[in-house]
Design a protein around this ligand. Structure first.
Ligand SMILES: [Fe+2]
Length: 469
């Protein structure tokens, strides 16, 4: 090595060491480098129930196997207490598609159970190559207006197995069987490393709950992956194959915008990512929602999308959503809007906005929440749009729905009630909102003495780095 090259090589080595340490610092899953935990196999995994448009009489299941499993077979029977479920089971033929992932080629299967009876417990299993999954059980929706409750989760996104798992599991431990779960987007990060490991961790976090409680999923910005040549981001290749949404949204947004009816409640999911890309996507969805709500005679309407109408955290604002969507929500008296993205908690009714879009009396309660460990700072503790806020808290929400009341509660990952309110609706449709905030809990502020950035309490990924990284 000559004298000229030596300093260059030293600099290169220093750069590479620093780069590898930085990369280690940014690890987003618990899978050690060089290991493969989530390679698809002949044994079914990632078994997932997603809500159909009519959950009182149908249910879709998705699952994953290695590519060699070319048949998509499921069995279903009414659940009973005896073994030998296969004796009464009906065999269903589904369909499948092949997906290329960082963990190899996988086959994603789907089957829909139809002509089910309302309010009935069913047992089902799905087939792999010369083997089956275990028998899982799910409950169809009642047809009448029996009170029900569901879970709502904000962004899981980073260190999902390490940190989101306790949130979804604690929600399960603290509550009776929920009717369904709502994930309001950014379930994973999908920006660097092995994206399929992140999906593997998301499925591990919910574990058997994903196969026994149906979910509604919202596509956030992190469900979209970058494409070369600065083309618009594309939906993660796993998203549609693993989440069979009702596919009844406006043309061009069938996978990410949809509606379903759970008893007396209309749940509508919108695609805010594409809405923020171009106004036309926002308008198409607004027009579709307007028409849908014109025809709706549901007692309650709940809308979910990822980016908030009213932002909570520093430097974040989505005026396009207020321009196109908020007037539709308020014209039709939408009751609740459940969102994510801001990595903080905020909840309030319509109020004056930066662009002067003021509330009308019939407006919904808007909620932003976060379930994973990535935490941003709230913009202003006097935010006029928010009645309750938090930073640095992992939360899950339980929402009880009955004929005349929605009871909303936000719980910390440690099972402490942080926020609550109720919406009461009279027989004439008039609504009253009552705050039920626990008075012994002041606004929660970031407690991390080593904030990674001024507007960030935690990045989330540093929480699983090894000592010294
Ligand atoms: Fe987001």
């Amino acid at each position: 090595m000559n004298h000229l090259k030596a300093p260059f090589v030293c600099l290169l080595v220093i750069f590479l060491i620093g780069h590898s340490m930085a990369f280690a610092h940014e690890r987003n899953t618990l899978v050690p480098r060089g290991h493969s935990k989530y390679i698809p196999s002949p044994i079914p995994d990632r078994v997932m129930l997603t809500l159909t448009a009519t959950p009182h009489n149908s249910q879709t299941v998705n699952w994953r196997t290695s590519d060699g499993v070319e048949r998509s077979i499921a069995q279903i029977t009414k659940a009973h207490g005896r073994p030998g479920l296969h004796l009464s089971a009906q065999t269903i033929q589904g369909n499948h598609e092949v997906v290329q992932t960082e963990n190899g080629q996988a086959r994603y299967h789907r089957a829909t159970f139809e002509a089910l009876e309302p309010n009935t417990l069913y047992a089902y299993r799905v087939m792999g190559d010369d083997t089956w999954s275990e028998w899982f059980q799910f409950q169809t929706a009642p047809k009448d207006n029996t009170p029900f409750h569901f879970f709502y989760f904000g962004d899981a996104q980073n260190s999902v197995r390490s940190h989101f798992s306790r949130v979804i599991r604690e929600a399960f431990m603290q509550n009776d069987r929920p009717a369904f779960m709502l994930h309001a987007g950014d379930m994973v990060n999908l920006r660097e490393g092995n994206h399929d490991d992140e999906w593997g961790e998301w499925f591990d976090a919910g574990a058997f709950l994903n196969a026994m409680v149906p979910s509604a999923v919202v596509a956030g910005n992190h469900e979209f992956v970058n494409r070369p040549l600065r083309l618009r981001r594309a939906l993660s290749p796993q998203f549609a194959p693993q989440f069979s949404t009702p596919n009844n949204g406006p043309e061009g947004f069938e996978e990410t915008a949809y509606h379903l009816t759970y008893q007396n409640t209309l749940l509508v999911v919108l695609d805010s990512m594409n809405a923020l890309y171009d106004d036309e996507a926002a308008k198409i969805q607004a027009d579709w929602l307007d028409e849908l709500l014109d025809e709706s005679n549901h007692r309650w309407v709940i809308v979910s999308h990822h980016h908030p109408i009213h932002s909570v955290s520093v430097g974040r604002d989505n005026p396009v959503l207020r321009e196109y969507w908020q007037p539709v929500f308020e014209h039709h008296g939408v009751d609740l809007v459940l969102q994510g993205h801001d990595h903080s908690y905020g909840r309030g009714p319509s109020a004056p906005s930066p662009d002067g879009n003021r509330a009308i009396e019939n407006g919904p309660m808007y909620v932003v929440s976060v379930a994973g460990p990535k935490m941003y700072m709230i913009a202003d503790e006097n935010n006029p749009n928010m009645q309750r806020m938090a930073e640095g808290l992992q939360l899950y929400q339980t929402i009880e729905v009955s004929e005349d009341r929605i009871h909303f509660q936000a719980w910390t990952a440690a099972g402490e009630l942080y926020d609550a309110f109720e919406i009461e609706q009279g027989s004439n449709g008039e609504k009253t909102i009552n705050d039920l905030i626990p008075m012994d809990r002041p606004i929660h502020r970031c407690a991390n003495p080593n904030k990674p950035e001024a507007d960030r309490c935690w990045d989330g990924k540093e929480l699983i780095s090894l000592p010294g990284n």
